[in-house]
Design a protein around this ligand. Structure first.
Ligand code: GLU
Length: 283
């Protein structure tokens, strides 16, 4: 279960994303990638460390006030440059990053192939990108509606940050099973899989619940459920500093790691084995 960072505001997104990804490195990962939205959508991704991604983009134009970044721990498809996040939908309308697994991805993929979709990666995430786009084009609906309808067809766990190329003034975030936090700034919002990348920018955060969808624009945030029930965002103040957050309330890193072992083991096996009625299935 790896890292997500997102930014929408008036600052340059790239340094925020890269520093945020470095804050999330402790979670373990095999590849890193970012997408920046400027006049067009730019995607850079690389197997290896965040520092390998930095070297890879050293000569690129990294301008953009909106962006998403990801560290991947592969569950579907080997760790390589192509399978790394972000993923783009076939016609290029959507770019997204995803933590977690889409359990019914192969059935969804077959249906999309029947409807003319081609796949370029081995991932479950690309299936979700194409499902959102299919609904967006076929239903002639907004990005937000396409995301909510697509997620209503998905079985699995996800933390998501989504860019729609035709709606370039917003980011969409959604969560089920994989944690996601929104940082609230002045005319800007942050997204992250935990608060560590956010606290150096703002202490005001909104923790998303399962089935929440957040639509973030520079001038405001809308929070609703997948079923379109409007929610009132609860902004909380974080009064811990970065060191305390990294230790997750424990006095020492060693204690934290001991108590995180059950979660770490679950994350390691996620997508590789599934537990069903006390039987173990190898993925
Ligand atoms: N299931 C996705 C993949 O294999 C995301 C894995 C993750 O949580 O990093 O690419």
């Amino acid at each position: 279960m790896c890292g997500i960072v997102g930014y929408i505001g008036n600052k340059q997104a790239y340094p925020i994303l890269v520093n945020g990804l470095k804050r999330l490195e402790y979670r373990g990962y095999d590849s890193a990638g970012i997408s920046l939205l400027d006049k067009d959508v730019k995607i850079f991704k690389k197997r290896g460390k965040v520092s390998d991604l930095e070297a890879h983009v050293a000569k690129e134009d990294l301008t953009g006030n909106i962006g998403i970044g990801h560290t991947r721990w592969a569950t579907h498809g080997e760790p390589n440059d192509i399978n790394a996040n972000p993923h783009t939908s076939m016609n290029g309308n959507f770019v997204l990053i995803h933590n977690g697994i889409i359990e019914n991805y192969s059935r969804l993929k077959e249906k999309l192939i029947d409807r003319g979709y081609k796949f370029y990666t081995e991932t479950d995430t690309e299936v979700l990108a194409n499902l959102i786009e299919y609904i967006y084009i076929k239903g002639n609906v907004s990005a937000e509606i396409a995301v909510r309808l697509a997620l209503s067809k998905v079985v699995g766990a996800y933390g998501l940050a989504i860019i729609c190329k035709d709606e370039p003034d917003k980011l969409i975030a959604a969560r089920k099973g994989s944690p996601l936090v929104i940082g609230v700034g002045e005319g800007e919002y942050y997204i992250a899989s935990d608060a560590t990348p956010i606290v150096e920018h703002t202490k005001s955060v909104i923790y998303l619940n399962d089935d929440d969808v957040a639509i973030l624009a520079r001038d405001g945030l809308t929070l609703k459920t997948i079923k379109n029930d409007q929610l009132i965002p609860k902004v909380q103040k974080i009064d811990l500093d970065i060191g305390e957050i990294e230790k997750n309330g424990f006095d020492h890193f060693m204690l934290k790691e001991i108590f995180e072992q059950p979660r770490s083991i679950l994350d390691t096996f996620r997508g590789r084995v599934s537990l069903d009625k006390n039987e173990i299935h190898l993925g």
